[in-house]
Design a protein around this ligand. Structure first.
Ligand code: BES
Ligand code: MN
Ligand code: MN
Length: 462
């Protein structure tokens, strides 16, 4: 192991520069204009795996973006760790709010990252994080200090719902056979406070259209008599929560897992400072569901959030118009044991039922995904605990996360393999936002911790 750690130290600068190169490729999966760049990123990922020491590397085309697969077989009798990550990124919009161009990575110091952070779209989510695995693997192979077999599956559609990955897993069960799936696509509390994600929320995403009169109207001539789709959409959305920020959709909470008071008390022992939280976001107050702490509101409680809303005139100046249509994109984060399909259906029924007769409302489902909770009493989890305790010098805190990685639940269902979510980002790294960044210390800490995961997992598995 000393050799591996030494190798990482010696090659630190190169490891960083290689990541910077990958961050220059705008692999935006949501926007077809960038399909060529996504393909180029798949090639670069495959090349990275080959150079790092995979025996077999393949780019599997899908109906959408390709899946990059790599494999290193040491001995068929040894355990196999499958590393999952994603090479696609979110669109950089709103582009004007970036302090430096999103695909021209720069390193800058920040209060939270005094040794510097890499500013670029995908730096934390997830190029910086999956590439830690490629570099940790390279170090293990180069020093001959690799205790097990390794497979990589790096996909290009995570940010758009992983629509083709489920089918790929279904059709390639043998290829993907493994003992554990290791994922770095989540956060730690801070660089001095390690944590391991033990749960993710599910997702139900819908798009709403409210259709009023057959054309845009003069808001003076018709206003007051004709239903305004923008007003009505706002009223309908506002009615989804009561004064306690409790969701009012009938049946919405029916399947929600009731977390015991003991478990909630344990959750709330994780370090969290409400004043700092508000200060960081520059808000005077929070606006969560009554009766729950922020840590609970963002992990064990479901939500309804408008992601985008539009309609009518949004150009410069004023235009008096009663718009004919209004739109919204809305997501619901789900917790165990809610089902994405069931919640989508409940929402669709409820939302159309509350529409006044003056408008026509349609709800179109987008992608979804199931929530997961990963156990902590397994050797798969214990290995992550030991690895982080080794490199941080502290016991990591198990925490449920608020984000979603829908494929994790599917891995368990289709491949029968449990995942370990050992991420190294920070929630404040602005993933999906302008100025996304990833601490250089976080990057190196990940590269250093991953070989210990392999070591401890292989030892515990024997
Ligand atoms: N890496 C994130 C999920 C995440 C981030 C989990 C931080 C925990 C902490 C992932 O890339 C992501 O953004 N997922 C999407 C879901 C997807 C279906 C678009 C999300 O959570 O919005
Ligand atoms: Mn991600
Ligand atoms: Mn993401």
């Amino acid at each position: 192991m000393e050799n591996t750690i030494q190798y990482i130290k010696t090659n630190k600068d190169r490891f960083l520069n290689e990541l910077l190169d990958l961050l220059k490729i705008p692999s935006i999966s949501a926007d077809a204009k960038y399909n060529g760049e996504v393909a180029r990123m798949a090639e670069a990922t495959a090349e990275g795996l080959t150079k790092a020491g995979c025996h077999r590397v393949e780019i599997f085309p899908t109906k959408g973006h390709p899946i990059v697969y790599g494999e290193f077989t040491k001995d068929a009798s040894l355990p196999t760790v499958l590393v999952y990550g994603h090479y696609d990124v979110q669109p950089p919009d709103p582009i004007d709010l970036w302090e430096s161009p999103p695909f021209e990575p720069v390193i800058k110091k920040t209060e939270i990252h005094p040794n510097g952070a890499i500013f670029a779209r995908g730096s934390c989510d997830d190029k910086g994080q999956f590439y830690m695995h490629v570099k940790a693997f390279e170090a293990m192979v180069a020093t001959g200090d690799i205790p097990c077999n390794v497979k990589f599956m790096i996909e290009g559609e995570e940010e758009v719902g992983s629509a083709n990955l489920g089918e790929f897993c279904n059709q390639n069960k043998e290829l993907l056979a493994s003992d554990v799936i290791l994922i770095s696509d989540t956060s730690i509390i801070d660089i001095d406070t390690p944590s391991i994600t033990v749960g993710l929320r599910g997702l139900s995403y819908v798009e709403i259209e409210v259709e009023g009169p057959n054309r845009d109207l003069h808001s003076g001539v018709y206003g007051g008599a004709v239903g305004n789709p923008c007003n009505i959409l706002c009223e309908m959305i506002a009615s989804l929560k009561d004064e306690n920020n409790h969701i009012t959709i009938p049946g919405f909470y029916d399947d929600v897992e009731i977390v015991s008071l003991e478990e909630r008390a344990a959750m709330n022992k994780a370090p969290f400072n409400l004043e700092n939280y508000k200060k960081d976001l520059k808000v005077n107050d929070i606006h969560g569901e009554k009766g729950y702490t922020v840590l609970e509101q963002t992990s064990i409680r479901p939500t309804v959030e408008v992601n985008g809303i539009w309609g009518g005139y949004i150009g410069e100046g004023a235009k008096t118009v009663l718009p004919s249509k209004a739109f919204a994109k809305l997501s619901m984060r789900l917790v165990p044991n809610q089902s994405s399909d069931k919640i989508t259906e409940i929402f669709q029924k409820h939302f159309t039922s509350i529409a006044p007769p003056s408008v026509k409302v349609t709800v179109k489902p987008h992608h979804g995904g199931e929530p997961v909770v990963t156990p902590t009493d397994t050797i798969e989890y214990q290995a992550a605990h030991k690895a982080m305790q080794k490199t941080f010098g502290k016991d990591p805190i198990p925490m449920r996360g608020g984000g979603s990685i829908p494929i994790v639940a599917l891995f368990e269902k289709v491949l029968g393999v449990k995942s370990v979510l050992m991420g190294f980002g920070l929630d404040s790294d602005d993933l999906h936002s302008p100025n996304e960044h990833y601490g250089i210390d976080n990057y190196y800490k990940g590269i250093e911790t991953i070989p210990y995961y392999f070591k401890y997992y292989s030892e515990l598995k024997q």
